[in-house]
Design a protein around this ligand. Sequence first.
Ligand code: FES
Length: 180
Amino acid sequence: MNHTAAGPTDPPDRVDSRLINRRRFMERGIFALFGGLAAILGLPIVRYVLSPIFGIKEDLALSTQWAPVAPLSEMEKVEDIPKTFHVPYRIFEGWRYRDVSRPVFAVKEGGELVLFSAYCTHLGCPTFWDLPRGTIVCPCHGGLYNNLGQVVGGPPPRDLPRLVYKVENDVVYLKSPAEG
Ligand code: FES
């Protein structure tokens, strides 16, 4: 049978050992409490110190509004043949963010850069530029678009939608990458 409290008949060394155990328990509890507080308060400092490393992740978190597509120098090489870019961004799913990407086409129209969606307007399959045929092709049901994303054949009901972009610090950003 276990006794938890010192009785009047317990020998003095047994009473001492119980007091020491209790003191140790309390000390550990206090250490754990302060350790937890230090971790909570220290987290922003650690985050600040490591922020250069996690900068890219933070950029992606912002990418729900503006997602980086490519440096302007790379876009300037684009001509009248659509070039596909895979744009990374984040979506909020349930209780966490998930990194995803989407394909977009970039092309020059009258010297101006144009971005448009690579998702077919029929049922949303990703399309691709078919160089030998000189058209954008949807592999699902044979939808065809010209180099500017205008429907030229198959079931798609509409042209591929144009997308809004901006240039900032010599980088091209796509607006609201989860849409369109
Ligand atoms: S999804 Fe593209 S043609 Fe049907």
